[in-house]
Write a protein that binds this ligand. Structure first.
Ligand code: ADP
Ligand code: NI
Length: 205
């Protein structure tokens, strides 16, 4: 596992869009907690968590090259062909955009997905959304997309702001968790984002 950690650290060393190694470590930690309560194959899950952002087209131009690097790494570290195949499948299936939420997944995929999604919500999720938006030179919000009425302000429509990302994705994630344990963890993080938005609107007002 140390060789895998060193590889991932090097690959993500220059990321400023919320995918740095701290994100990976938190996902691994979430996954270990989920495994304790839900089961699953620890070797497949933890390896997939470490490698899950290494084949992301948002971060790397040459996806085939990234895949080759992962296969070499796993072969050199004595993973079986069947394990390598499963890890590549897990990584391929975890993205929010790629997955049909009603599709049936196996437990290993579900745990990696839940672990990754938990890191997109709550206090950490707020930080990452702002980091990501900043890395793309996006505003957090624009006045044109806020709707004022007598008692409060609300968000009017989806735009290219980080605030819109809360409505496009982050506030939906709690309903997309697969495992019971992740659903429970997501509730608290979801409530915190709602409080954050409420306070944000009240300060703007
Ligand atoms: P994942 O690693 O789960 O595939 P993404 O790569 O989609 O997640 O996003 C990484 C982080 O950046 C997440 O915390 C996500 O919420 C945030 N993010 C992604 N797209 C946007 C966006 N358009 N605006 C703000 N934050 C975003
Ligand atoms: Ni991730």
């Amino acid at each position: 596992m140390n060789n895998i950690i060193e590889f991932v650290k090097k690959e993500l060393a220059f990321d400023h869009s919320g995918h740095n190694f701290k994100h990976i470590e938190r996902v691994v930690k979430n996954a270990k907690y989920l495994i304790k309560h839900e089961g699953g194959n620890e070797k497949i899950i933890i390896t997939s968590c470490y490698l899950h952002d290494i084949i992301d087209s948002k971060l790397f131009d040459d996806i085939d090259l990234q895949k080759e690097k992962i296969v070499d790494l796993l072969v050199n570290n004595h993973y079986l062909p069947s394990e390598i195949e499963e890890i590549l499948e897990v990584i391929d299936r975890i993205s929010f955009s790629k997955g049909n939420i009603d599709e049936c997944y196996n437990l290993n995929i579900e745990i990696v997905r839940d672990a990754d999604r938990l890191d997109a919500i709550g206090a950490i999720g707020i930080i990452r959304a702002i980091e990501y938006g900043t890395s793309k030179q996006r505003q957090f919000y624009e006045e044109a997309n806020l709707e004022y009425n007598e008692s409060n302000i609300s968000f009017k429509e989806s735009t290219n702001t980080s605030l819109s990302h809360f409505y496009d994705k982050l506030l939906k994630l709690k309903d997309y968790m697969h495992t019971y344990t992740a659903k429970k963890m997501a509730e608290k993080r979801h409530e915190f984002m709602l409080k954050f938005l409420e306070e944000f609107y009240s300060e703007i007002k």
